[in-house]
Ligand binder design. Structure first.
Ligand code: ADP
Length: 308
């Protein structure tokens, strides 16, 4: 009798314990599902995840840590997307602003041609239309180049090549205009110097700086190009005896489409320096400017010596 009672008592104990365990498990699963549901809703609604006060070393602790990481990743991606959207908006507004004037001029000269009045000869109008079309063509080509660089369609391809080859490519493009203005170009560099860089794009950046040096230097002025290997970087300097740039504009001139107000008679759209800086920074380098109004300017390209 006593044994039977003891057995019943023991079995009741086990059943109660199992029921209690079952209850606890159900409660934990319910809590877990509630918290998961709440966090997923917050993630879906782009809200900040509620803070777990005590970061326990249990299943929820682990899951909530992962959810937090997803939430941060999500926030960062959203931030990147909105920055890209903002950039695109600016770019579209810049392009529409830049194309407006040449298009308006083309329309005007076409109207003059059609009406044949205002004493304008057809030849004069045609030349003006031609120069506006060239400006548009240059603008579109530069924009395509820029967008390809920015979107990664064009990849920087570095290899160890003599810097002399890169300089030759850049100088070759600038000589015709320099000759027209009787501007001398002097170069000093070590012929054996090799540098790990993208030859094509670096030549393009150097050409942009050289083209500016020619553009903003008076007839019979001088341009000097030098290359010096320093401890960490190789420095390529392009110095001219041109008009110079006021100190307060040394940062602004690298902005897309920025042109100094007083140079509007010179050809250009304000993209050369922006593009040059982009090309050099994609190779982990940078560009610096030293300039004094009336004395001239020096643009220095710094490219890392080490392979990266
Ligand atoms: P762009 O030459 O088409 O105007 P850039 O982006 O190449 O555009 O240059 C931006 C501005 O910086 C120029 O409009 C000019 O005012 C100034 N600048 C650039 N290079 C020189 C230079 N070597 N000497 C004087 N001013 C310069």
């Amino acid at each position: 009798m006593e044994i039977t009672l003891l057995c019943i008592f023991f079995l009741t104990g086990i059943i109660s314990w199992l029921l209690w365990k079952n209850y606890c498990l159900k409660r934990d699963i319910y809590d877990f599902t509630q918290k998961l549901d709440q966090s997923l809703n917050q993630l879906l609604n782009n809200e900040q995840l509620s803070k777990t006060i005590d970061q326990k070393d249990d299943l929820w602790g682990m899951v909530s840590e992962r959810l937090n990481r997803i939430s941060h990743l999500y926030a960062r991606k959203n931030q990147e997307i909105s920055e890209e959207k903002e950039n695109l908006k600016e770019l579209v507004s810049d392009i529409s602003h830049q194309t407006k004037t040449p298009l308006a001029n083309i329309k005007l000269y076409l109207e003059l041609l059609l009406e044949a009045k205002d004493g304008t000869s057809p030849q004069e109008s045609l030349e003006k239309i031609n120069s506006q079309v060239e400006k548009l063509d240059f603008l579109l080509q530069s924009m395509v180049k820029l967008s390809r660089l920015e979107t990664g369609t064009i990849k920087i391809q570095k290899s160890e090549v003599p810097i002399a080859d890169t300089l030759a490519e850049a100088i070759g493009g600038a000589i015709p205009k320099a000759d027209q203005k009787h501007i001398s170009i002097q170069v000093s560099y070590d012929e054996n110097l090799r540098l790990h860089h993208d030859k094509k794009w670096t030549a393009e950046a150097i050409f942009n700086l050289l083209d500016n040096a020619v553009k903003y230097t008076e007839e019979a002025g001088k341009i000097h190009i030098s290359v010096k290997k320093e401890t960490i970087f190789t420095k390529i300097s392009i110095s001219d005896t041109g008009k110079g740039i006021p100190l307060e504009r040394h940062g602004t001139i690298f902005t897309r489409f920025y042109r100094e107000p007083e140079i509007h008679d010179n050809e250009g759209i304000g993209i050369g320096l922006y593009l040059a800086r982009k090309i050099i920074s994609m190779q982990n380098g940078y560009i610096k400017v030293d300039s004094e109004v009336g004395k001239g300017s020096s643009f220095h390209i710094y490219l890392p010596n080490k392979m990266e």
